[in-house]
Design a binder for this molecule. Structure first.
Ligand code: KG4
Ligand code: ZN
Length: 346
């Protein structure tokens, strides 16, 4: 069968991503999807001065970047625009104005090329992103989805067959990293900076809370952590002992608290399902300490653990193109030429 090429457009937050993914033997085939090319622009530098994402600036920058990134992707793939068969775009969740840029682009391209579009759930993109790695997972598996906006444990039996097992009742894991990092003066988004500083600190220096860690509870709560970090920092400052060493200790202790909870609950979810495969996805999945501890625990339990490639952990167009392709192949979604232009911010 002829190959099917899916263009992916991601613009839900502060990254503009475009990618071209191919199903080599078409939608009815069995060969795994291949990433032909992808291009990404991160707005982090632009938002850093404000300590967080400014929605209006994000939308404007997506508009500025999206066509050049599309051109770059097609050039890298050695394909012309009319090689695109279906256009997948992030329909939500995310910032409404930012999402509209991607949806608008998708619909405009679809209309001009006479090709259908498919709205994709951002989290499904993250969830399926490990299928682009050299050693992709097999269904069924437990998924730990840890991003800036979400923290979820899911049982995944196939494309679109997702059972939510637990989720955060307040802050997401990425938010816990970012808010703690901000208090420690590490800028935005502070997750990677906090992780880097943590390598120089003692993770046992401060006993920070690990909420909902008793019993078999699979929900998460991270809101208390930032208060505890704040209180600890104020104490040190009042005592005049808050120096670079203590800052690194506090970073390491914060990371340890977050990682402990994520690892423990992932193990609980594996036990509850009896499954022996774990997939980790989302921006926090790039965290080295999380990977180290998950690897160790999974090895002991003879569980295979899969991660997306490091550069595909945070937001990107490749995961949206892939999720679109996999949904089409699964028959769970049909693309449409009825260009609704709809986004679902929440
Ligand atoms: O998945 P993502 O790119 O965006 C959302 O969909 O939210 O995740 C971004 C989040 C941010 O909170 C960022 O601080 C966090 O992932 N993050 C990390 C690391 N890399 C990114 N957190 C801890 N350690 C890292 N290495
Ligand atoms: Zn994301």
């Amino acid at each position: 069968a002829a190959p099917l090429r899916v263009l992916g457009i991601e613009s839900s937050c502060d990254e503009t991503g475009i990618a071209l993914v191919e199903l080599p033997d078409g939608v009815a085939g069995t060969q795994p999807a291949a990433l032909l090319a992808h291009a990404l622009h991160s707005q982090i530098d632009m938002h850093q001065a404000y300590g967080g994402v400014v929605p209006e600036l994000a939308s404007r920058d997506h508009i500025r970047r999206i066509v050049p990134l599309l051109r770059q992707t097609l050039a890298e793939a050695g394909q012309a625009l009319d090689a695109v068969d279906v256009i997948a775009y992030t329909r939500g969740p995310g910032l409404a104005g930012a999402l509209l840029v991607g949806a608008g682009m998708a619909c405009a391209l679809g209309l001009a090329l006479g090709r259908p579009v498919l709205g994709v759930h951002h989290l499904e993109g993250h969830l399926l992103s490990p299928f682009l790695s050299a050693d992709p997972p097999q269904f069924p598996f437990v998924a730990l989805l840890v991003s800036g906006g979400h923290t979820q444990l899911m049982r995944v039996d196939g494309v679109g067959a997702y059972t939510l097992m637990g989720e955060t009742i307040d802050d997401a894991a990425g938010e816990a990293f970012d808010k703690s990092a901000k208090m420690l003066g590490l800028g935005y988004p502070g997750g990677p900076a906090l992780a880097a500083l943590a390598t120089q600190g003692d993770p046992k220096a401060f006993a920070l809370p690990r909420p909902l860690l008793r019993g078999t509870e699979l929900d998460f709560s991270f809101a208390g952590l930032k208060t505890a970090v704040w209180t600890q920092q104020k104490k040190l400052e009042a005592a005049g002992t808050f120096d670079a060493t203590r800052q690194a200790d506090l970073a390491a202790s914060t990371q340890a608290a977050i990682v402990d909870v994520l690892v423990a609950k992932s193990m609980l979810a594996l036990k509850a399902t009896g499954l022996d495969r774990l997939v980790v996805a989302g921006g926090v999945g790039a965290n080295r300490e999380l990977r180290r501890q998950l690897d160790a625990q999974c090895q002991r339990r003879r569980v295979r653990v899969h991660y997306p490639e490091l550069h595909l952990c945070t937001d990107n167009g490749a995961m949206i193109a892939l999720a679109g392709a996999m949904r089409l192949r699964s028959g769970r979604s049909q693309p449409t030429t009825d260009f609704h232009f709809d986004v679902l911010p929440r």
